[in-house]
Design a protein around this ligand. Structure first.
Ligand SMILES: NC(=O)c1ccc[n+]([C@@H]2O[C@H](COP(=O)([O-])OP(=O)(O)OC[C@H]3O[C@@H](n4cnc5c(N)ncnc54)[C@H](OP(=O)(O)O)[C@@H]3O)[C@@H](O)[C@H]2O)c1
Length: 296
């Protein structure tokens, strides 16, 4: 099970040299999975990563490349497309941009309301048969959507990439507030957390430090109480607030993977220390409550 993944959504304006440094910093800290999507930077993020790999081909065997497809971003209409031909076309373009002949993991980026699971199955069979993709997953899919897709697939869905952090965790809030007439009790999760745990699908938490517009870490305007606690625990455990926010996710028994979106090698080094910390139950719940949530 992965503990951390390096997200590559924000590397568009980073130099090839700095991308290489980021890859190295991750590897030195035990992180070998790199998350992409065809749409990140309009394809530029995969291209830059490909350039870094071209300069150091020996890295390919040391890393796991994961990318996503299914969101269509063109000027005419923002939409989704999980049809066979669209998926195949995206994968072939990603392979080209990354300069590799195989993706280790492919995730369907978002559920397409018009998705025909048999079409996805055809694409997955073709990609696996041709040796172009090793394993498969989804992102932003609910339990029911994974179940529907899985019934049609020969391959197991191994991952669901979902936004989860201390400040954004409807899937956790929902479990705590089951059967209550408050906002936390509104079912926004559809049992996805439990479904993934039962079916051994790893949840990859994206935007683990993101608040409303910027990071919640250091945002004392919106998250004063949370930041006070993060600082207090950071001092106690001799790490940074980011590491505490990561430790909060890693304490959950679902074995989440945390996708770090930073482009700074130094931050990666600091964050991984979160894996060596075990917050107490009381600290975990205090962090949960620090943005105004109440326990029943
Ligand atoms: N599947 C999906 O729909 C989806 C959606 C969004 C993202 N993702 C994936 O998840 C990855 C992570 O998402 P994300 O980038 O939103 O996550 P994130 O790691 O929560 O956010 C990263 C941003 O927060 C900043 N930040 C972190 N700690 C900070 C601190 N202490 N002080 C100030 N700024 C801080 C980073 O700046 P610095 O660079 O300065 O550290 C960066 O701009 C992405 O790269 C992508 O791979 C997937």
């Amino acid at each position: 099970m992965d503990k951390f993944i390096q997200g590559c959504m924000r590397i568009k304006d980073v130099s090839v040299k700095d991308v290489r440094e980021l890859i190295d910093a991750n590897l030195e800290n035990g992180i070998n999975v790199f998350d992409h999507a065809d749409i990140y930077g309009g394809g530029e993020c995969e291209t830059l990563f490909g350039k870094a790999l071209k300069e150091a081909p020996e890295l390919r065997d040391k890393i796991v490349i994961q990318t996503k497809c299914g969101i269509v971003k063109d000027l005419s209409c923002h939409r989704y497309d999980n049809s066979t031909n669209y998926i195949l076309d995206c994968v072939h373009k990603s392979l080209k941009r990354l300069g590799v002949d195989k993706l280790d993991r492919l995730l369907i980026h978002r559920p397409d309301a018009l998705m025909n699971p048999e079409e996805v199955a055809k694409a997955f069979d073709r990609l696996q048969g041709d040796g172009e993709v090793d394993s498969f997953g989804v992102s932003n899919f609910s339990a029911g959507q994974i179940e529907l897709l899985s019934k049609n697939l020969r391959q197991k869905i191994e991952y669901d990439q979902i936004r989860v952090s201390i400040v954004h965790c409807p899937m956790i809030e929902n479990g705590i507030n089951y059967n209550r007439y408050n906002d936390g009790g509104v079912n926004r999760d559809y049992g996805t957390l439990e479904y993934c745990r039962i079916n051994k699908i790893q949840i990859q938490c994206y935007s683990p430090y993101k608040g409303v517009t910027k990071s919640f870490i250091g945002d004392n305007f919106r998250y004063r109480a949370l930041n006070k606690l993060l600082k207090e625990y950071a001092f106690k455990y001799e790490v940074t607030p980011n590491a505490i926010a990561a430790a909060w996710l890693l304490k959950h028994p679902a074995d989440f993977a945390v996708i770090n979106g930073t482009t700074k090698s130094q931050r990666v080094k600091e964050i991984v220390k979160g894996a060596n910390i075990t917050l107490t139950r009381s600290e975990w719940y205090e962090l949960y409550k620090s943005i105004g949530r109440r326990l029943p």
